[in-house]
Design a protein around this ligand. Structure first.
Ligand code: ADP
Length: 482
């Protein structure tokens, strides 16, 4: 069923199957031109505590539905998301800035997790294990952990919620999410569709608020919450892990990255450029799996750079709703200033701008698609998550040095390399300390694959057959007297 776009634009939070208002409101703006889209209810921490109460109350009913019943409701939610892909995509572009084709791609990507976990809901198998004596058996059951709370970022306003909520609901958990205050509209539209799909009151709740710290405390400290899941920066993630410690919650963290993208001398350079364009410039470089350090072997460095520059020069900045636009604005002025400073400070240390290098103008939030050569592994662009449309090209000599440079970071989310030699492909794949390795592939996200990081990029996996584990408890039954 396709709804009118207006029916998907909500200005209240969604708690216990109701749209609720608050004393205060906050403004949601379009990063393309700063225009106000809508004012949304700014919930207090007390109201968020009530939302947890609603999720807690709804838990036993949801848990006790059959897996088939939960699966059918999730399938309806999936179908509604796909039926409304155009309107959801437009709304996402308006609040977030990414080009419409990408926004619609995100809706399909988010929905694919709802479908995937609707199917996985049916396959929560246990085990029977031989017992220690003839009249004993060991049985293993898997049961939902309970109320799950989540905090999600602005760069994927639909998919970061769908990945978590679909798994939680499939497992039989109830869910309360605080979306980033920059992008609450996609989350609220998802709530409307969950409601239309018939997902019961209290099972999926969206709490909108600008009080990140106050609400963050409630979501991580209320003892009725059994699991907390976060996608965002490593710095905030560390605080939230600590906050979860007092009530010993299960925790999943999808934190920052510093993805290496390596091009070896035996690589197909055209394919490598293609992969880099997909990995680097999606969402104007604002993803945690974007290539951050592009390491290129000396002997192919100039050839790779020339091919890359041809492609980067034709990227088109503009309003994501307009045809042909491939690069949207950055999310806010702090993001723009951060990217500009990383470029400026690296240039001061010897990096050379090949194209771009500046904010597009004084008023907007656009940063020019940029390539820099001569970048050193210790320069600011190499040591920080850039989160902008900037490619630093770092030369390397041999495979050993490439792996050392790639692993020389606290992060371990995504990595990429291009090579053809099968021995090298194994050695490098096994040598990289990363949760995800794209081998001759720049587009790595898929509901069937386990997404997640090592080191300070976090723990837990989203999507795939492993994705339900984070939302399930394992219960061991010791059967005696048989
Ligand atoms: P990003 O760089 O992607 O904005 P953040 O970690 O700053 O990453 O934000 C991700 C999410 O965490 C957002 O929803 C934001 O509102 C929330 N957040 C930021 N600071 C805190 C905090 N101290 N406690 C709880 N949530 C926070």
């Amino acid at each position: 069923m396709t709804l009118k776009k207006q029916a998907l634009i909500k200005d209240k939070a969604f708690v216990d199957g109701q749209w609720i208002s608050a004393t205060d409101e906050f403004s949601v703006t379009n990063p393309y031109d700063g225009s106000e889209l809508v004012k949304v209810a700014d919930l207090s921490p007390e109201q968020v505590t009530s939302a947890i109460g609603a999720a807690h109350k709804a838990f036993s009913g949801w848990k006790n539905k059959t897996a088939g019943e939960r699966s059918e409701l999730l399938m309806k939610w999936y179908q509604l998301m796909m039926d409304n892909q155009q309107a959801l995509g437009e709304l996402l572009t308006e609040e977030q800035g990414k080009p419409l084709a990408e926004a619609k791609g995100e809706i399909a990507y988010g929905a694919s997790f709802v479908k995937w976990f609707a199917e996985e809901a049916l396959r929560v198998y246990g085990d029977t294990i031989p017992g220690p004596s003839p009249d004993n058996r060991i049985m293993v059951l898997k049961q939902p952990v309970g109320v799950v709370t989540a905090i999600t970022p602005w760069n994927f306003p639909n998919a970061m919620i769908a990945r978590k909520a679909a798994a939680a609901l499939a497992a039989g958990c109830t869910f309360v999410v605080k979306p980033a205050s920059e992008t609450p509209l996609s989350a609220l539209a998802m709530a409307e569709l969950a409601h239309q799909a018939g997902i019961p009151a209290g099972v999926f709740n969206v709490v909108t608020s600008t009080d990140s710290k106050g609400v963050g405390k409630v979501l991580t400290q209320d003892d009725r919450v059994r699991k907390f899941t976060f996608t965002g920066s490593t710095e905030v993630g560390k605080t939230l892990i600590k906050q979860c410690a007092d009530t010993v919650k299960k925790v999943s963290m999808e934190l920052g990255g510093n993805a290496p993208f390596m091009v070896f001398d035996d690589a197909d350079l055209d394919a490598a450029v293609e992969g880099l364009m997909a990995s680097k410039f999606r969402n104007a470089g604002q993803t945690c799996i974007c290539a951050n350090r592009v390491l290129v072997q000396d002997s192919v460095y100039d050839a790779f750079k020339a091919k890359l520059l041809e492609r980067v020069k034709v990227l088109e900045m503009g309003n994501g709703l307009d045809d042909g636009v491939t690069i949207g604005p950055l999310i806010n002025s702090a993001a723009l200033e951060k990217v500009a400073k990383l470029v400026k400070d690296s240039v001061a240390q010897g990096a050379k701008i090949e194209v771009g290098g500046e904010p597009a103008d004084d008023e907007s939030l656009f940063f020019e698609p940029t390539v820099l050569s001569n970048v050193g592994p210790d320069m600011p662009l190499s040591c920080n998550e850039i989160f902008g449309p900037v490619v630093p090209l770092i030369p390397f000599k041999d495979e050993k040095q490439a792996i050392e440079l790639a692993n020389d970071t606290d992060f371990g989310l995504a990595s990429y390399f291009y090579a053809r030699d099968i021995g090298r492909i194994w050695r490098v794949s096994e040598g990289l300390d990363y949760g995800i390795v794209g081998v001759n592939e720049g587009a790595i996200s898929n509901a069937a694959a386990p997404f997640g990081g090592m080191k300070q990029s976090g723990f837990g996996r989203e999507g795939s057959k492993y994705g339900l584990d984070d939302y399930l408890e394992i219960k061991y039954l010791a059967l005696g007297g048989l």
